[in-house]
Ligand binder design. Structure first.
Ligand code: PLP
Length: 396
């Protein structure tokens, strides 16, 4: 059996139609398959490879740390310099109140940790989340995602969770002194790039402050430069009580984090002690890689060019089959009529050397979340292929 057949036989499958491309190498903006075919990457492993595949500084940091030490002890006991250096670097680039970092293995686990922290810190149980939000696939984070189709098969889930209409001013009064935390993606990604208004975000912040509720912003997908500023919340003039990070945080290695003030985070130290435990969270190799990746993002000033890149995508993506393009920096959704049309364009793109896909809660939208290093020439090439794919849909 070849590798593809073995993959289908022995690797657990999550759909009956996986892409099943066999990629043998990735570098910068590109991937190569087993036949030597080259692909331009327009999705960065779903918002992960912000500084490109195998950035030399990230590879070097991994090699150096792997040769120094790997796993030593469960999270939180030993002083491990890659964790310390990364936590300090993150705190230096965040508002002063976000100064305590709990490293996890994934975004879902960061969501889980934040929910536990909010319950423990406030002594309350209610969690408020929003329709069409995505926060992960573990049972706790699944309980708060905002789509009944994805949740329903796994009931019973966490009790005392409310889902409110995202962006609705009328709903804000539903946050009360019973509410432990409100969890929102700063910009909803899997909904097909939905950015709430400044007015709504500020009202959410005010209401959480009034009721003593923790405001948790999930920037697992939209953070770390993706939306054109280092943090997406900067564009709303607010600061969350807890920030969730993941995906690009590890520079391509598995790493997540929930970040709060030292005071709030202290709740995890007592009654019970060890309030959140992980063996591998904040793995030294992942932290070394993540720190090198975030330093590259900042030192190469990758966010500075994002507005011009976003504008170029918007200029080029003109076609009668496009119903709308929603963009927030280098996170764009091209809305088409329906999933079958979108799938046809996606298949055309992949066949023509461009990797893209659809969004979980917006299957009619084509995803554009490339590494932030994408050049003007590569944007033109990507749009040329997408437009040719749209031509195959024919006249309406
Ligand atoms: C906004 C958001 N939150 C949480 C998660 C969950 O992260 P992970 O898949 O690393 O568990 C994701 C993953 O797609 C995400 O996009």
């Amino acid at each position: 059996m070849n590798n593809r057949q073995l993959f289908l036989q022995h690797n657990a499958q999550t759909s009956d139609a996986p892409l099943a491309l066999e990629i043998v190498k990735a570098q910068g903006m590109y991937m190569w398959d087993a036949d030597g075919k080259k692909y331009l990457d327009l999705i960065a492993g779903i918002s992960v490879c912000n500084v490109g595949h195998c950035h030399p500084a990230v590879v070097k940091a991994i090699q150096k740390q792997a040769a120094t030490y790997m796993h030593l002890l469960v999270y939180g006991e030993f002083v491990q310099s890659p964790q310390v250096a990364y936590a300090k670097y993150l705190a230096d680039h965040l508002p002063a109140s976000l100064n305590s970092v709990y490293f996890t293995n994934s975004g879902s686990e960061a969501t889980e940790g934040a929910m536990k922290l909010a319950k423990r810190h406030t002594g309350r149980t209610e969690i408020i989340a929003f329709k069409n939000s995505y926060h992960g696939s573990t049972q706790g984070s699944l309980s708060i995602i905002g789509d009944e189709y994805w949740r329903n098969a796994y009931r019973p889930l966490l009790p005392d969770v409310q889902h409110l209409q995202h962006g609705s001013m009328d709903m804000i009064g539903r946050i009360t002194e019973r509410t432990a935390c409100v969890i929102a993606e700063t910009v909803q990604a899997e909904a097909g790039v939905i950015a709430p208004s400044q007015e709504w975000m500020q009202a959410l912040r005010r209401r959480c402050t009034e009721t003593g509720t923790l405001l948790v912003l999930d920037e697992i997908q939209c953070g770390l430069g993706r939306n054109g500023t280092l943090w997406a919340f900067e564009q709303y003039g607010i600061v969350p009580d807890v920030l969730l990070l993941g995906k690009a945080l590890g520079g391509g290695m598995p790493l997540g984090a929930f970040i709060a003030s030292r005071d709030v985070m202290w709740s995890l130290t007592n009654q019970p002690v060890l309030g959140h435990i992980t063996t591998f969270g904040g793995h030294p190799v992942a932290c070394a890689a993540g720190l090198a990746g975030m330093k590259a993002l900042i030192e190469e000033d990758l966010t500075a060019a994002i507005p011009a890149k976003e504008k170029l995508f918007l200029q080029l993506l003109q076609h009668p089959r496009i119903k709308a393009v929603r963009a927030r920096g280098l996170m764009l959704a091209i809305e088409l009529d329906d999933f079958p049309s979108n799938k046809k364009v996606i298949d055309y793109c992949i066949a023509n050397g461009l990797i893209t896909d659809w969004f979980l809660f917006a299957p009619q939208c084509l995803r554009i979340v490339p590494p932030l290093i994408i050049s003007e020439e590569e944007i033109r090439e990507a749009c040329r292929i997408i437009l040719a794919g749209l031509d195959t849909l024919g006249e309406q």
